[in-house]
Design a protein. Structure first.
Length: 308
């Protein structure tokens, strides 16, 4: 299975099979040990990772770059497309043709769904989708699954309640696809206008035990994992609609107290106002730990694609 991922692009979470995902988990455990013990690994020395970010990012870009540095490799970065020749009208295809000749692996985030797939058509080097519009964010899902596994020992048997912008939230789209491989129950909660898109729902229905509602209260007592997402302001064409929806849900300490015993709260971050800051001090909060796992999980992914 390691060979299967060697030199391969990751555009969708469905590009990884169950064995690949288990291998990510087991490598991430080892990478985490190495990070925490300060042990140096040099499996990527002489290799270069390019990060092309056409949209803002804190965690994804910096954790990929940190992961590559921790593996002994080097990084070249376009953190803002305004400072690149994109602003002069260069096409994505031409940019990729150039960047693939400067690097061994390309991580791309782009506002258009399908952009990472398009990039992979113009690159002989592997492409990792770091978020394509409202499409997918597969490596975030690997971090999410890894966090659940670290917290509970396994993913099977859990009830996961996902609340927020299910329409535009790409992390949710990848996560649902991944969860459909496990024996879990998923409750999907959102304002009506931000419901899960039909194509995402249809893709997993029949393989996933799902409930849909606009009301979270009925699910709190059965929830092992409360996965919260922000309203994706940048995807709205009608700013008045965003203004109407912002603040339509907010997780408070009172909600946390109603969760099943031992439940955790996850969020891919960034957070705006959908989780009260007081929740950060409760034992259920895991979103900062989840973000911490970004480096070991991405070290695992890079090393597998490199065939190391
Ligand atoms: N979770 C995530 O994708 O965060 P960033 O937008 O900061 O990369």
């Amino acid at each position: 299975m390691v060979i299967m991922l060697k030199n391969r692009s990751i555009i969708s979470i469905s590009d990884l099979d169950g064995e690949d995902i288990n291998e990510v988990f087991s490598r991430a455990d080892k990478m985490l040990e190495n990070i925490e013990s300060g042990k140096k690994i040099n499996v990527m020395s002489s290799k270069i990772l390019a990060t092309l970010f056409y949209e803002p990012s804190t965690r994804t870009r910096l954790s990929f770059e940190s992961a590559m540095e921790r593996l002994g490799g080097s990084v070249i970065s376009m953190a803002d497309s305004k400072t690149s020749s994109t602003s002069k009208g260069e096409t994505l295809a031409d940019t990729i043709r150039i960047v693939e000749s400067y690097s061994d692996l390309i991580v791309i985030r782009h506002p258009l769904e399908g952009a990472a797939f398009l990039a992979s058509r113009f690159s002989s080097k592997p492409i990792i989708n770091a978020g394509d519009g409202s499409g997918e964010h597969p490596t975030q899902t690997l971090i999410d699954l890894y966090t659940i596994r670290k917290e509970f020992g396994s993913i099977d048997g859990k009830t996961i309640t996902i609340i927020g912008d299910l329409k535009y939230g790409r992390t949710v789209h990848s996560l649902l696809s991944a969860l459909s491989r496990y024996n879990v129950t998923v409750n999907l909660v959102s304002p009506e206008n931000l419901a899960i898109p039909k194509h995402v729902y249809n893709d997993v229905k029949g393989r996933l035990n799902m409930n849909i509602s606009t009301d979270i209260t009925k699910y709190l007592g059965e929830t092992d994992i409360l996965y919260v997402t922000r309203i994706q302001k940048e995807r709205f064409t009608d700013k008045n609609e965003y203004a109407r929806l912002i603040g339509s849900y907010k997780i408070t300490v009172s909600d946390v107290n109603k969760l099943k015993k031992g439940a955790i709260i996850m969020h891919p971050l960034p957070r705006v106002d959908e989780i009260s800051s007081e929740v950060d001090n409760t034992p259920a909060a895991r979103y900062f730990k989840q973000a911490y796992y970004g480096v070991p999980v991405r070290m695992a992914i890079i090393s597998m694609i490199a065939g190391e």
